[in-house]
Design a protein around this ligand. Structure first.
Ligand code: AMP
Length: 269
């Protein structure tokens, strides 16, 4: 049992497109936590890469036979050669690496993901977060447990958002995101008022590049192959897992809040 006011970190997990964001919103507001999303971080770096104007075949930087990127110096040299005026090459460098994997719906390699995650996790003193999309592999789970132990913090709870593959495919293909505030809409299930712009920001909604049927299948495969064994490790480390329904008959903020909190409350003092 953990005291409600003592919650340090909560992991929210589930298949990509299961409906994590509304549940994360509940946890952020109920427990005063901050969302830390590796997917959003990677997308920002990919944005920097796209904006940089770097041209070139990403395949040239990846050695498929040995399943590894070519040496960092080689990638850095290629970026510097094309973009000599770039002040900070790191966002473009990280964006290049992330894009190579995100483009195909595959996970970004552990070393890159862990380093980036640790950087953001440390900013809050390794606590105060809803971890969204991390950890997703056994290696990342071990790394997270190590970071917490080393820094005297903990993960209190895992919230697994449950949803069927079929519904996820339907929902993800119709998903539209506000590029400014990141609010999630759906062309059929949750359209904005005019169906085109974000209700809050007025910015035109966009489809995420990785929200195509083919890439979703790949992300579902990654879930069964890697996330399930990841949850095993965390559960064995003594972290309780609660499953919440990702598909509510009547989708209102209050119903989402209730469906999440009625599963969590019994675990709190
Ligand atoms: P998401 O928005 O969480 O579905 O993440 C989008 C994409 O970012 C994923 O399909 C992966 O390519 C990458 N990504 C996000 N989080 C991770 C992670 N923890 N490990 C590896 N790749 C990740």
């Amino acid at each position: 049992m953990v005291k409600r006011s003592d919650i340090q970190n909560i992991i929210v997990t589930g298949k990509s497109g299961a409906g994590k964001q509304p549940r994360i919103d509940v946890l952020v507001s109920e427990f005063g936590l901050e969302q830390l999303s590796t997917g959003n971080i990677f997308r920002e770096y990919v944005g920097s890469f796209d904006d940089s104007g770097f041209k070139g075949d990403l395949e040239a930087f990846y050695d498929e036979i040995n399943d590894t990127f070519v040496k960092d110096e080689f990638i850095e040299k290629a970026i510097k050669e094309q973009l000599p005026d770039l002040e900070d090459i790191r966002p473009v460098f990280l964006g290049l690496k992330a894009k190579y994997f995100m483009n195909s719906g595959r996970f970004v390699p552990n070393r890159t993901t862990n380093e980036l995650f640790a950087e953001y996790f440390s900013k809050g003193g390794y606590k105060g977060f809803v971890l969204d999309g991390y950890p997703r592999t056994p290696d990342q789970a071990e790394f997270l447990l190590y970071l917490c132990e080393k820094n005297g913090t903990r993960i209190d709870l895992i919230v697994l958002v449950n949803n069927s593959d079929k519904l996820i495919i339907d929902r993800t293909v119709g998903r539209r995101i506000c590029p400014s505030c990141k609010k999630v809409h759906h062309i059929e299930f949750k359209p904005s008022r005019d169906g085109i712009h974000c209700d809050d920001c007025g910015v035109e909604l966009v489809q995420r590049a990785d929200d195509t049927a083919e890439r979703i299948q790949m992300r579902l495969f990654e879930f069964y192959d890697k996330v399930i064994p990841t949850l095993d490790i965390l559960e064995k480390a003594g972290i309780p897992i609660v499953t919440v329904e990702g598909n509510l008959e009547v989708f209102t903020e209050e119903n989402v809040r209730r469906s999440v909190m009625e599963r969590i409350d019994p675990l709190l003092e």
